[in-house]
Ligand binder design. Sequence first.
Ligand code: DX5
Ligand code: ZN
Length: 221
Amino acid sequence: TLPIRIAPSILAADFARLGQEVRDVTEAGADWIHLDVMDGHFVPNISFGPDVIKSLRSYSKALFDCHLMIAPADPYLEAFAKAGCDSITVHAEAGVHLHRSLQTIRSLGKRTGVTLNPSTPLSVLENVLDDVDLILIMSVNPGFGGQKFIPAMADKIRAAKAMISDRPIELEVDGGVTTETAPAIIAAGANVLVAGSAIFKGAGVDDYRKTIDALRQKAEG
Ligand code: DX5
Ligand code: ZN
């Protein structure tokens, strides 16, 4: 089984001091930095793009986990790869050629990810399991931080874990992850926890470390 990874989402960070925020969560023990890219079209919010990510790259050696909430994604994959993303995750709903998007990400030398909105069935993954390094289960409707975990997603995580079987695919959960919801998410089979508001509601590196440690403790039991 893959290690537990805590992935703070900088969507909830202070955008005026983003470099320092990335440095602080890294120092506080983040395994991955989760980067939420929103286009105001696929989701009803706009965040940041590849130039911002590129300028953040020197602030952390942690894996840059890029969650693209944009449609179409294909014209921008190269820009996100060049910006320093280590994994690039596209929404299954963002285009009609998911397999092609995954091939493109692999050809750019990056880890591939697919994410599913809460209402999207796991069956869209059936024929791309060998092309995927990461599956991201949305446990809120994408677009905003600070929403509540949708309880029905626990069963979906369990089903995704069963579908993955013994493949070395990371199973990541995004939305409403807190120290309260983390145990059920991990029990269902996830190994990567994205947390935005739960971590960044704190003030500075000491608070961030407390939350990251608490999440890891809940996850590792
Ligand atoms: C939502 C984003 C999430 C979000 C999570 O569209 O994909 O990564 O930042 O925020 P919290 O942890 O506050 O639910
Ligand atoms: Zn996300």
